[in-house]
Design a protein around this ligand. Structure first.
Ligand code: COA
Ligand code: MG
Length: 301
């Protein structure tokens, strides 16, 4: 089946995970400035609370659904006792995406694609794959390739470092020096197949300085945004993964330079002593479009 591409790239600077069992937290999401919400049914919900968590989401989607922002439901693994009931809930509520935990191979996403297709899921219901196992990270290229093959609903990778550290024995350290080599191939695999790619949560939500540094690093690694665990992390993520004022001014200058009549037939121009090509124009237009969408959201929260 063909999946229509979104007409605009969604904003994904800040994706707040909310334990679906925490009604107080669920009540807060509408007032928060995150770009999307990941409603968690997996690790943050105890085994005894799984059904109550699903009921909470059913009520939220019915009474007060999230609008103009991505709503993602993270289900339990399909080979657990809860995964199938979670997927039934996804079919019932039709969020923007279902996030699959602990994806190891392309077969994991292909299985969910098959289940969604056979159940007649909405054509724009997408799949996000959590890259958080050693095998998953090792298989990032072939998992991403499923987007072009048997799993066209696959839309984004989300890195999960808590599980990855647990499995690999890599300790949590500022700077993530030993993790970066594992994560860059995940970013590259996502980009090779047109997927979004979201950086991992940062656990120490009172460490604002450490969080800022990790956002800046994630941004430089090429991530679209960060999965968050606490409202206090939203502003910094929006800032780091949104367009910087200087970059925006530069983008506007590039657009203006190519719009000049003398540039009409040129593919490369001299902008204040720097080579600028038409490919930079495409990037500049994307940045300005992102800034416009952020401004529109601010105007109509
Ligand atoms: N989404 C929405 N609201 C949240 C929130 C979240 N993820 N995390 C905290 N809040 C709210 C709290 O409900 C609290 O509201 P209140 O003042 O009305 O009680 C307020 O923000 C301040 O929270 P705070 O007291 O600083 O933290 P806490 O002890 O309530 O919660 C955590 C700390 C870590 C337990 C909580 O942030 C959390 O559960 N985060 C998400 C965990 C998760 O999703 N894990 C799975 C993915 S790794
Ligand atoms: Mg996990």
């Amino acid at each position: 089946m063909t999946i229509p591409l979104p007409t605009v790239t969604p904003l994904r600077r800040s994706l707040l995970s909310v334990p679906s069992i925490n009604q107080r937290a669920l009540d807060k999401i509408h007032a928060l400035d995150c770009d999307g919400v990941i409603f968690d049914l997996e690790d943050s919900v105890s085994l005894d609370d799984k059904q109550r968590a699903r009921d909470n989401l059913r009520a939220l989607f019915r009474d007060n659904p999230l609008r103009e922002r991505e709503a993602v439901i993270r289900i339990n693994p399909l080979d657990s006792a809860f995964g199938r009931a979670d997927l039934d809930l996804v079919l019932e509520l039709s969020p923007n995406a279902v996030a699959l935990p602990k994806v190891d191979t392309a077969a994991d996403v292909e299985a969910v694609q098959g289940l969604l297709d056979r159940a007649g899921a909405a054509s724009d219901l997408r799949i996000w794959a959590m890259m958080e196992s050693a095998l998953g990270v090792l298989s990032a290229g072939s998992v991403a390739a499923a987007r072009a093959g048997a799993a066209p609903r696959l839309d984004a990778f989300v890195v999960g470092l808590n599980d990855l550290r647990k499995e690999t024995g890599i300790p949590p350290r500022a700077g993530r020096q030993t993790l970066v080599p594992l994560l860059m191939p995940v970013v590259l695999a996502a980009r090779a197949y047109g997927l979004g790619v979201i950086d991992s949560v940062f656990n120490d939500f009172r460490d604002a300085e450490g969080f800022e540094a990790e956002c800046a690093q994630g941004r430089d690694m090429g991530f679209d945004g960060k999965m968050l665990i606490h409202p206090a992390q939203i502003d910094a993520a929006n800032r780091h993964f949104g367009p910087e004022p200087e970059a925006l001014a530069e983008a506007e200058a590039v657009i203006a330079a190519f719009a000049a009549p003398e540039a009409a037939s040129l593919n490369v121009i001299n902008l204040h002593g720097r080579m600028v090509e038409r490919l930079h124009l495409v990037q500049a237009e994307a940045l300005v479009a992102q800034a416009r969408r952020i401004a529109e959201r601010k105007a109509n929260p």
